[in-house]
Design a protein around this ligand. Sequence first.
Ligand SMILES: Nc1ncnc2c1ncn2[C@@H]1O[C@H](COP(=O)(O)OP(=O)(O)OP(=O)(O)O)[C@@H](O)[C@H]1O
Ligand SMILES: [Mg+2]
Length: 268
Amino acid sequence: MDTGQRLCYNDSNVPDERLGVTMSSEEIIEPALTVSGLWFSYPDRLNVLQDVSIKIMSGERVGLIGPNGSGKTTFFLQICGVLKPSAGEIVVLGKPMLNGDFRSDVGLVFQNPDDQLFCPSVWDDVAFGPQNMKLSKDEVEARVTEALSIVSAIELADRPAHHLSEGEKRMVSIAGVLAMRPRLLIYDEPSANLDIRSRRRLIRLLQASEETILIASHDLELVLEVCERVVLIDKGRIITDGNPREVMGDDKLMEAYGQEKPHSLVQH
Ligand SMILES: Nc1ncnc2c1ncn2[C@@H]1O[C@H](COP(=O)(O)OP(=O)(O)OP(=O)(O)O)[C@@H](O)[C@H]1O
Ligand SMILES: [Mg+2]
């Protein structure tokens, strides 16, 4: 794109001047993620994702909500190249995502930290990504220290990850992703098992991020505090995509898909 216009894109890839302003070339917004006609089946479970198409612009913070088993984690595993789509296309930061690719510009915080942490120590786990990026020893060290400090887990550095509490594992998993400094961060149930203080720290971290963020969560208050856009998914299909206060404030819609209007949106 070589114009100086700030452009948003709709699904048909037609520039849409919703924001109605002209910006300098540095401020041009590009898609961080484009998914087109995505279908996916597990060998013994068909059509877990059905014709999913979505465009997420650079810098957006998007919440993905939906009942258990609606396909959120499955969707994330495809965006990151862990699972191969049955049909459709995924383009991440301008490049097609290929199955099995290691892309340091995309980071996934797994729903289950035990799927992510496998090294003998916390330090090694957080260093794994930066080492794979072939960074210098000093740079790896700096990034590990920085990432563990951000999540206030520096004192865990020498501990074996499998001895940590569930909440501690979550914070270390987040540090492992932050250490790669990805431009697209994908969080699968990031607040699960966190105590109040750690959850608040996570919310502040997410709010302060300038990167593109995609968060699947049953913690609807977190989604409300962090995201400017929410996507509701059910049975592998996108049901709606819009403003979090409007989507989550719609009692009938929320009930129809096994959700509840967040307490903070209930008028007293
Ligand atoms: N490895 C697998 N093999 C077969 N079926 C699977 C597998 N993993 C997930 N599924 C099924 O795919 C569907 C979507 O699961 P997924 O984990 O993506 O849901 P989810 O929206 O992340 O749910 P939750 O909110 O519980 O995390 C579910 O019906 C699940 O049982
Ligand atoms: Mg899940």
